[in-house]
Design a protein around this ligand. Sequence first.
Ligand SMILES: Cc1ncc(COP(=O)(O)O)c(C=O)c1O
Length: 463
Amino acid sequence: MGNNSMGTTAIDKRRLNNNQHEIDAAGRAEELRQEILEKVAEYYRLKHAPREFEPGTTRVQYAGRVFDEEEMMNATDAVLDFWLTLGRFGLEFERQLGEFLGVSSVIPVNSGSSANLVAVTTLCARQLRNGLRPGDEVITPAVTFPTTLAPIVQNRLVPVMVDCQLGNYNIDVDQLEAAISDRTRAMFVPHTLGNPIDMDKLMAFVKRHKLYLIEDTCDALGSTFDGNPVGTFGHFGTLSFYPAHHITMGEGGAVYTNSLRLARLARTVRDWGRDCFCGYVNPSDGKCGHRLNWKIPGVGEPYDHRYLYTEIGYNLKPTDMQAAIAVAQMGKLPSFIEKRKRHFKMIYEGLQRFEEHLMLPTQHPKSDPSWFAFPITVRPGAPFTRRELTRHLESQNIETRYLFSGNILQQPAYRDIEHRIVGELVNSDVVLKGSFFVGVYPGLDEARIEYLLDSFHAFFDQI
Ligand SMILES: Cc1ncc(COP(=O)(O)O)c(C=O)c1O
């Protein structure tokens, strides 16, 4: 008894010592974390703080990451956690973006291309009764981003290519009826450069033919049609968080939906195809409490739910460091959107005098675009070429880009895919030959935009 009580006392003492040591270490670690974060903020201010604009020397980018010490501190904070895969920042990002979009589910992925792949593959899920099956047709525009079309092809679906409208560069909603066949089951449409499609006409068509709809809103975070965020009209919206986009996490993206059923399937597709729905941080028994009691259908033996595969999937998750950066970006998103709109307006007003030769962008009266960029088409018959104009701008240190693929069926990778075409794709060829865009991103300011407009003037003065 005496020994026993002496022994217990010694053990208790050691435990107390250990506890005290752990408390001291945790306290010191927390102090260090704060010190490191303060140093990171100082580093940001010295190394990355925005510089004065020097006309002709500073590049007027079309897009780029806009950040401050908060993004760098969050990223460092996540590194110090060293959880690495999606965790607390991932959950916070899902919550904040879901709230911003007004949707029940946001599923982060590692790129906008992955978001598109997850969305299309989910609609092909074997568990989705009435899901898409090989050979089914998906209506999509010929002017597009390659990885909007690629997952249609990869899932053995047949794209039905529709022309775009010049000015808004979106799918021509007046040609949709001509695109329908008895194999048509879905639409996958980008809101080009953030400019919302006429959703009144599009949704009437989608409902009339009971189609699935995926909206590629990789370029349209913050854009609305009739007051509703684009991406929430259909079954899925997809986003990209590459540095050129409205917010960034380096490489990243998300799929979002108001359907809990589709969200669960999308998580399965994103996460190796597994059935487990535990999320990122979960107890050993799983959130369901009986992780080891699941059954593979038709096999008697109980099986670990984490390794029960119900879909053919991938691993397309981003890391918690990426999510930490995105959380910091979320706080800036409203001001980013406002700046994009302001810069667009300034460029529009400045270029109106050149409308004889430059086609300026158009938008639907019910839309409020959060522009990705400012599209311009050199009118056929203009006394100069797109190449001459963009070369001039580039020589003035102003970044330009062509409108993604142009008519994508002209691109080598897509020439031989199985597809159907509606009409002649005349406008898509005009885009291929004559369209380009300049930036409106929040890293620009009045000085940069005035310089950009002056450079257009200089070009027109010399022709
Ligand atoms: C409309 C559209 N869809 C998809 C993507 C692909 O996104 P990511 O580059 O993140 O893969 C992009 C990229 O710019 C895009 O503009």
